[in-house]
Design a protein around this ligand. Sequence first.
Ligand code: IPE
Length: 260
Amino acid sequence: MIILKLGGSIITDKTKENTFKQKTMDRLSQEIKKSNKKIIIVHGAGSFGHILAKKHRLNDGYNDEGQLLGFSMTHSMVQKLNTMVLDSLHKQKINAVSIPPHSTLKLNNHELDSMDYDIFKKYLKDGFTPVTFGDVVLDEKLGFSICSGDLLIRALAECFKPEKIVFVMDEDGLYSSNPKTDKNAEFIEKTTIAEFEKLSTKLDDHADVTGGMGGKIETIKIISKMGINTVLLNGNKPDRLYHVLVGENTRCTHVYGGKK
Ligand code: IPE
């Protein structure tokens, strides 16, 4: 089984509010179908979540009543994005079902408090493809906060111990520094958790509400320590996702977990 994260930057235009990249999503859906793998899909919120969440300071938790409508509207927008992702998967005859975090898990001061793993297990067992996503959720200490796709990945990785975790993003993989701002940035094809620990990669300086690339690097470290391999790839380039899903060579970054 594989856990797949479709980053918000690949399925939406992060600079323009509520802009879905339909063509890219449709091609990725085709590649997922063609791979014929058992997959749990997690997708980011991109411009359907981050802009509103920032405006209403939702990750700070409850401060004033005005935020409640912001919370509701943010959930509604990420749910709309989720429906578009599902529609794209259904066109390829993938039995995708939505598992919204706001009604299946709870946080406590940004950390996972409880999560209904059984629903994922049951759907997988019955031949469905569970699809969950970055969402606004209840938080025991803060009232509410944001559950990022990366937090979901960490939780699902621990529960399911997948054969690998695949991050689809808008860069080829990891570099020694931010390739968008540093032309000397070196591409990393393979690394281990030990080497990775030493890397002070600053891929993305713009901090969105859930931490941008810095948050992802933390996630990869945690996953690697569980002994699980991670692959990062560019979803804008046709067939790379397919090749990675079926274990063929393509341009991407492999981070080998504790086992290698
Ligand atoms: C963020 O989810 C969720 C909200 C802002 C409501 P992610 O952190 O997984 O989204 P991306 O991948 O960065 O867009």
